[in-house]
Design a protein around this ligand. Structure first.
Ligand code: FAQ
Length: 335
């Protein structure tokens, strides 16, 4: 373990740098490099390169926004869940996603970005969130497919992030992954029940899997050769595996689970390549992915509109919380 200085070293914005600051930064960089090389953790008060801070903020805030926007496709089904039990489970799941968003905004705040600013960026349409949440959930079986495929992909991507080099992110991910595992199981169980139900129910389950399969594979991000951030993020031990490595690992898991479900993955080209020891899938429509990122997916406009409405409707809660905090602070300072 690398020993830290008692006084935290802080990176400063790139401006005019004095010789003292340059020496300080060189010392900070050396310590940072050592911590990364020994696969230890960077904490909020440690010196870190500006680009490392920026990358983390980009990824963590996008991730937080995804959790918050990701509540929408499923929350639309809470009032239409087929039983009280299913409704209770779905409410719990959607609440978990809100909690994930909050842990992640808190982790991002430790990097110096205010939550209000992050939310403003989302509402202004300046911030990204996961492509997957721009697809519609059209039947109850979509609750199964989202849990099984979307949460399944999220787990595959996020378990390695529990070891991310930035402490607050890695620790938030541990808790998130535990909950995502429950989410995936509940989705699997919905599909299993539908698959073993009437022919119409089985058809509905298969149809949902057919629609969510390719978007779920694309959640992992562009192919490695088109992923500008992966190399540096892996060198900094933020990402541990490339987008394609995780995608193929996910595919292998799904192939086995689909057999238990009695459903088919809509891809005739899936195969296990004995030579590389990797799973391969058929072609994915990366133009569709790019269009979704540009805001032209089937539900982008609807998701943003709903988020803006919810933000406006919640204004009184934020005002009340701020007024209460001010009152408490006044009481404390008077005491
Ligand atoms: N959607 O160079 P890379 C969940 C962007 S949470 C939108 O490969 P990177 C739980 C990327 O940001 C799901 N944009 O980027 C749940 C970059 O643009 P930028 C969210 C995407 O960062 C379940 C550009 O493309 N999970 O599902 C996507 O190294 C059910 C180039 O890409 C996370 O955020 C995409 N799919 O790798 C909730 C996990 N892919 O920023 C509710 C953490 C790529 O330069 C219900 N994030 N882009 O403008 C990550 O692991 C990474 O950020 C990746 C992208 C893998 C998403």
């Amino acid at each position: 373990m690398t020993e830290r200085n008692a006084t935290p070293l802080r990176s400063v914005p790139e401006a005019e740098v004095s010789p003292e600051q340059a020496a300080h930064d060189a010392e900070g960089q050396e310590l940072f490099d050592r911590i990364i090389a020994e696969d230890s953790r960077i904490e909020p008060r440690d010196w870190m390169p500006a680009a490392y801070r920026k990358t983390l903020l980009r990824q963590i805030s996008q991730h937080a926004h995804s959790e918050i926007i990701g509540m929408q496709p499923e929350s639309n089904w809470i009032t239409r869940a087929p039983s009280l039990k299913r409704k209770a489970i779905l409410i719990a799941k959607v609440q978990d996603e809100a909690g994930h968003g909050l842990y992640l905004y808190s982790a991002a705040e430790t990097l110096g970005q205010g939550r209000d600013q992050m939310m403003e960026d989302l509402i202004a349409g300046k911030a990204k969130y996961s492509s997957i949440f721009n697809y519609p959930a059209v039947t109850w079986a979509d609750m199964g497919a989202i849990g099984w495929l979307v949460d399944g992909a999220a787990i595959c991507n996020q378990v390695p992030l529990c070891r991310a080099s930035y402490g607050p992110y890695g620790r938030a991910m541990v808790r998130i992954c535990k909950e995502e595992s429950f989410h995936q199981r509940q989705g699997f169980e919905i599909l299993l029940e539908l698959s073993n139900g009437t022919p119409a129910q089985k058809k509905m389950a298969q149809d949902a899997v057919n629609r969510w399969y390719a978007p779920a594979l694309m959640m992992f991000g562009p192919p490695d050769e088109d992923s500008p951030n992966s190399k540096q993020s892996m060198a900094w031990n933020i990402k541990r595996f490339s987008n394609d490595e995780l995608r193929q690992r996910f595919l292998g898991m799904m192939v086995e689970q689909a057999k238990v479900l009695g459903l088919t993955l809509p891809d005739e080209d899936i195969r296990y390549n004995e030579e590389t020891g990797k799973w391969e899938h058929g072609p994915l429509d990366w133009d569709e992915f790019k269009n979704v990122l540009k805001g032209q997916g089937p539900c982008n406009a609807q998701r943003m509109e709903r988020r803006r409405e919810a933000h406006a409707e919640g204004a009184w809660v934020r005002e009340a919380a701020a007024a209460y905090a001010a009152k408490q602070a006044q009481k404390e300072s008077a005491a």
